[in-house]
Ligand binder design. Sequence first.
Ligand SMILES: NC(=O)c1ccc[n+]([C@@H]2O[C@H](COP(=O)([O-])OP(=O)(O)OC[C@H]3O[C@@H](n4cnc5c(N)ncnc54)[C@H](OP(=O)(O)O)[C@@H]3O)[C@@H](O)[C@H]2O)c1
Length: 263
Amino acid sequence: MNLKLDNKFAIVCASTKGLGFAVAKSLLNEGCEVLICSSKEANISRANEILSNEGLKNFHSLKVDLSTNEGVVKLFKFAVSKSKRIDILVNNCGGPDQGTFDDVNEEQLINAFNKNLKNIFTLTKLVLPIMKANNWGRIVNITSTSAKQPIDSLILSNIMRSATTSFSKSISNEYARFNIMVNNVLPGRILTDRILQISELKSKESGIDKRDILEALGQDLPIGRIGNPEEFAPIVTFLCSEMSSYITGNSINVDGGLVKSLF
Ligand SMILES: NC(=O)c1ccc[n+]([C@@H]2O[C@H](COP(=O)([O-])OP(=O)(O)OC[C@H]3O[C@@H](n4cnc5c(N)ncnc54)[C@H](OP(=O)(O)O)[C@@H]3O)[C@@H](O)[C@H]2O)c1
């Protein structure tokens, strides 16, 4: 299948590690020009090195804190300085703080809002006029299965991911006529630092070794194992491509069968 990603320009948010990095790599392998970013210099240098060592050259990288308005605007301005077109936006950021309703406070709610909803809103607002003028665009939000099935002890994720789903459904309706497709991809238990942090927290709470926690997190799924980022990236890449020209307003799980609902 020719995804026709040559000559496309993509912003992939929070993409020096984990899911964002796997998506950036996959888009680069399909011939796309990619802007990667994250907030820590060390992660950016490491990502640059890995991509270069794999012979991938058509990328730019930028240090930005996507939980701030300045960071989001900086990312947009940098993108515009590198390319006349912004064809693809993959919204992503580090996950919100963990905890039940009892555990979290208002400040954490606001941080989660800034990291996992506000920047999606602002960046989307900035790029949509460019996509509309080009009569082509793809927006993919990396959210969580918590958007469909709330996860115990992740109340902030449950709140922000369902709000993102409503937001993207609304704009998918408003922009489909301009060939701009907007979809969400919902990871569940993919082996990245985020999952390692969650298993460490569970380990501290329960006294069970974190390796046993990880093993149990996999065994608990219909597929019987945790996934890896390379199993997550292809569907995002497909949704960023010409081939997804009749798919919009959807939320697709990549979760080894975790979500129990029919839709
Ligand atoms: N892995 C899973 O199974 C899973 C399941 C459900 C939901 N999710 C969600 O999917 C998203 C990605 O998760 P992941 O597993 O890929 O996490 P990860 O491996 O921890 O990677 C997170 C990436 O985000 C960047 N980042 C964090 N805060 C940032 C900020 N303020 N500004 C810019 N970049 C920032 C990090 O780099 P820096 O530290 O350098 O900024 C890193 O590149 C998260 O929202 C997570 O909650 C993941």
